[in-house]
Design a protein around this ligand. Structure first.
Ligand SMILES: [Zn+2]
Length: 331
């Protein structure tokens, strides 16, 4: 199959134009819309879309229409931070006026980011029955599919993404600024949506891109857009609900040495991290209390990547520090 490249032209408040390139393929129903890089340091999804296009070029036929926006927020990517105009060290938040994923469906006469969202929504998203929004979170947490619990098609897309971790949000989570999250806006309008978080920001993590490209192809098989039967995941954990254990560091001042990364399997009793006492250099080994899969390890606080002092793998005196979270495997 062949893709056509086109551009959206978005007029900014100062009357300059920002171009948003996109690719389309096929016609008719269903329409699947996929975008990446709403947040300017979440880059792997751009590469995932490139890999997806390479895979799909080998397919003979597409049943339906595919719309791909590799860089949904070119202003933030060029700004090299999550949001356009975000300051260095400023925490990630829902409140920032350029936090794109709280601004959908955008505003034609709003700020720069609201105008981007508006033009993309009006021209590309509003005609789509299915939406996949590609993000990246910290490299300390395993990739995951995020679905909207009350929408069956959304939870099915998460299942067929083949990712080991699925996180489901209830409807009452979407209040205030969260009503402007694209997946919620699409679902309220009658569509079906899933977010995928790759593991790792700032760089392109090639293995993550391949894994997620593979999952999107499987979702497209589930939607009947490309030939072949979708495969079912071997084991999937629901974040926060499936049985899991948190590992906490003993009291002290420690350097954290990782023996395992997010997504790695561990046996019961296997070493996950080593803690080295900052003063005496003596060691403490932390082992997994269960057989399972690591969800988070290392810098386990939310949004640590925008607070560089918290991303450093050092535990301070008096801190109750969660070193890892491991989900119990039955397979
Ligand atoms: Zn994001």
């Amino acid at each position: 199959m062949r893709f056509e490249m086109r551009k959206l032209l978005v007029e900014m408040p100062d009357e300059t134009i920002v171009k948003v390139p996109y690719f389309t393929c096929g016609s008719r129903e269903p329409v699947l819309y996929i975008q990446a890089a709403q947040h300017g340091v979440e880059l792997t999804g751009i590469y995932t879309i490139k890999l997806l296009m390479e895979e799909l070029r080998r397919e003979e036929k597409l049943d339906g229409r595919l719309i791909l926006v590799p860089v949904a927020n070119p202003l933030a990517v060029r700004w090299r931070r999550h949001f356009y105009k975000m300051e260095l060290g400023e925490p990630y938040s829902s409140e920032h006026p350029h936090q794109m994923n709280r601004l959908w469906p955008g505003k034609p006469d709003g700020n720069e980011t609201e105008r981007l969202a508006y033009t993309i929504y009006e021209n590309l998203v509003s005609g789509a029955e299915y939406v996949i929004d590609l993000h990246c979170w910290e490299m300390w947490r395993c990739s995951a599919a995020l679905g909207l619990e009350w929408d069956k098609a959304s939870t099915e897309m998460c299942r067929y993404s083949l990712l080991e971790f699925v996180s489901l949000s209830p409807k009452n989570r979407f209040t205030g600024r969260f009503k402007g999250v694209i997946t919620y806006v699409v679902t309220e309008a009658g569509g079906h949506a899933m977010t995928i978080e790759h593991s790792g920001q700032r760089w392109v993590f090639k293995e993550e891109a391949s894994r997620i490209c593979n999952g999107i192809l499987n979702v497209m098989r589930y939607l009947g857009m490309i030939k072949g039967e979708p495969i079912m995941p071997q084991e999937q954990f629901i974040v926060g609900r499936s049985p899991h254990k948190d590992l906490y560091a003993p009291k002290g001042e420690w350097l954290i040495i990782l023996n395992k990364g997010p997504g790695d399997r561990v046996d019961k009793g296997e070493e996950v991290v080593k803690l080295v006492d900052l003063n005496t250099l003596s060691e403490e080994v932390m082992v997994s209390p269960i057989r399972g899969v690591i969800y988070e390890v290392g810098a386990t606080r939310p949004n640590v990547d925008t607070r560089p002092s918290e991303e450093v793998l050092v535990i301070l005196k008096g801190e109750r520090y969660r070193v890892a979270t491991i989900y119990e495997s039955k397979s």
